[in-house]
Design a protein around this ligand. Sequence first.
Ligand SMILES: *Cc1c(COP(=O)(O)O)cnc(C)c1O
Length: 366
Amino acid sequence: MQVPFLDLKAQYLSIKDEIDSAIQNVIDQTAFVSGKFAKKFEEDFSKAQDVKFTIAVGNGTDAISIALFALGVKQGDEVITVANSFIATTEAISLLGGKPVLVDCEADSYNIDTAQIEAKITEKTKVIIPVHLYGQPANMEEITRIAKKYNLSVMEDSAQGVVAEYKGKKVGNFGDFATFSFYPGKNLGAYGDAGAIVTNNEKLAIKARMYANHGRIAKYDHEFEGVNSRLDGIQGAVLSVKLKYIAEWTERRRTVAKRYNELLADCEHIVLPKEMEYARHVYHLFVIRSKKRDELQSFLNENGIQSGIHYPIALHNLNAYKYLGHKPEDFPNANKFTGEILSLPIFPEMTEEQIQFVAQTIKNFK
Ligand SMILES: *Cc1c(COP(=O)(O)O)cnc(C)c1O
C-alpha cells in the first residue's frame, strides 16, 4: 500500500465539475485580479471565520507583513513570536525593518509558551504573533491578557488554522488581525498562491486593504506607498467552491486524528499530539515525536508511507537568524523537538485502511 502525505488530486476529483466550471466562469468574465470572484470569496470567508472583514491577498506571507504594516510596525520595532514556526512569520517582521523576538514553545501544545512572553517585552515591543501551529489555537486568553496589560497589538498567524476554535470561538476573533495562507497544501488550499487577512476593526481593514493595493484610495490616487498583493479571480473562485466543504473536510481530519490516537494509544516509543481543553484542533498536521525519528521516517518510507518534518530547524538555529545571536539551548523545547517531530499523513480523503496501515507500520518499528 502507498500512503501519500496528502492527496490534492483525490480532492480535486471529488469536486471536479464544480471547480472546472468555476474556473471557466472567471475566464468567461475576465475578472482576473481582485474583482467579483475575489470579493465573493472575501464575503464567504468572513462568514466561515465569523469575522467582519476579510482582505484577500496574494499569499500568507504577504498577509502577515500587510497586517503588521497596518498595525504600525516600522524600523526598530520588536515583534514577539515563537521559535518553532515557518520562516514566513519572522520574514514578514524583518521586511518592515522590525526585529523578531523569539519565545520557546510549550511541550504539550507546541504553541508559544505564554509564561515566557512578559520577560521578552521591552519599550520597543509592538506586537505579539501567536502561531496556531499544526492547526491548534495558541492560548489566546493569556496572550490577549498580556497584550492588554502592556498595550500591545496581537496578530494571529492562522496559516495552519482555518476554522480552528479557541473556547468555541473561531480563530481570528482574538487578535487585532489574523492572517491565513491558502497555499495548496494548507487545509483550505487554492490552486496557486493565495492568502487573507481578517479583522473586526474597520479602520485596520481599510488600512490593510490600501497597503495591499499600492496605498490606493481611488484609481491612480495613492495615500502612501504600499505593495501589490491581491487575490486572483481564479483563486477566489476555487476557494469559494472549496470553502463549502471545509466543515466536512475538517471533521474528516479530526476523525483521522482520533483513529491515529486510538490505534497508537499503547505505542510506547512515540509521543502523540495533545489537543488542549480550550482548543478545537483542525489537524493541518498530525505531529508525533520519537527519539528515533530519522530511523522511523526511513522505515515508513521503505513501507510506502510519506511523512514530513515541520520544521527540521528552529528559527533561531537558521543561518538567516544568526544575527539574533542565539545559542541552540536558548529555546530548549523548540531546539529538542526539531530532532523528534514527525508529521504523519493526514488528509480528508484518507481511508481507514490507510490509517490502519500507517499505525501498524509505526507499531512494527523497533
Ligand atoms: C504557510 C505558512 C505561512 C506562509 O504562507 P504562504 O501562503 O506560503 O506565504 C506563514 N505562516 C505559517 C505558520 C505557515 O504555515
